[in-house]
Design a protein around this ligand. Structure first.
Ligand code: FMN
Length: 178
């Protein structure tokens, strides 16, 4: 089976997540087409039979190029097995309402694009404090203060659970080949 692994990444963590998914797909003997869907002009050359799309939450929404891709391709996406991996920091919050907020980002995307993936996974992203400019540092400090969870914004952290991601990918492949 050929599986499109489409992603958009601003800071690089979602790209890493997409790469890990692609590696897992190939480990299972399938072919992964890894693409930045914000940049790709032609995606359909190899006729993917399934797709896993990955996008990060930045300032309460997914990047516009990602939403644009889903909007444009909604009809095609509806015709094959698909999954969505949402990358955020709020999903690791200790507060139930904030974890819910992280899940609601995905709900809003589905309502906006009319795309309903068969499976959804929420992955915690990364905090690359040392690489942020002044504005991003300020935003992240605000988010951490609001979150009240244990985010130390003076250091870089990678929160992604790679084992959970591999399990999700395996489950998706099992369901998609049926
Ligand atoms: C400027 C900025 C804004 C962010 N806004 C949110 C947000 O609103 N909600 C959230 O849960 N995470 C937010 N995050 C955390 C990102 O989702 C997380 O850092 C993720 O790993 C970014 O993925 P990327 O490296 O692929 O861009 C934000 C991160 C940055 C740098």
């Amino acid at each position: 089976m050929i599986v499109l692994v489409g992603y958009v990444s601003i800071e690089g963590q979602t790209r890493k997540i997409a790469e890990a998914i692609a590696a897992e797909i190939e480990k299972h003997g399938h072919r992964a087409l890894l693409f930045n869907v914000g940049e790709m002009v032609e995606y359909g050359v190899d006729h993917p039979q399934a797709a896993i799309l990955c996008a990060p939450v930045h300032a309460g929404r997914y990047p516009d190029p990602f939403v644009g891709f889903v909007r444009r391709e909604a009809d095609w996406l509806k015709s094959i097995p698909t999954a969505f991996v949402s990358v955020s920091l709020l999903i690791r919050s200790e507060l139930e309402e904030e974890r819910q907020e992280a899940q609601d980002f995905a709900g809003s995307l589905f309502a906006e694009t009319h795309w309903r993936p068969g499976m959804v996974h929420h992955a915690a992203g990364a905090l690359r404090y040392s690489e942020y400019d002044f504005f991003k540092r300020w935003m992240m400090r605000r988010m951490a203060a609001r979150e009240r969870a244990s985010i130390d914004v003076s250091q870089d952290h990678q929160f992604t659970d790679w084992t959970a991601l591999a399990t999700f990918t395996t489950e998706f492949l099992k369901a998609a080949v049926q």
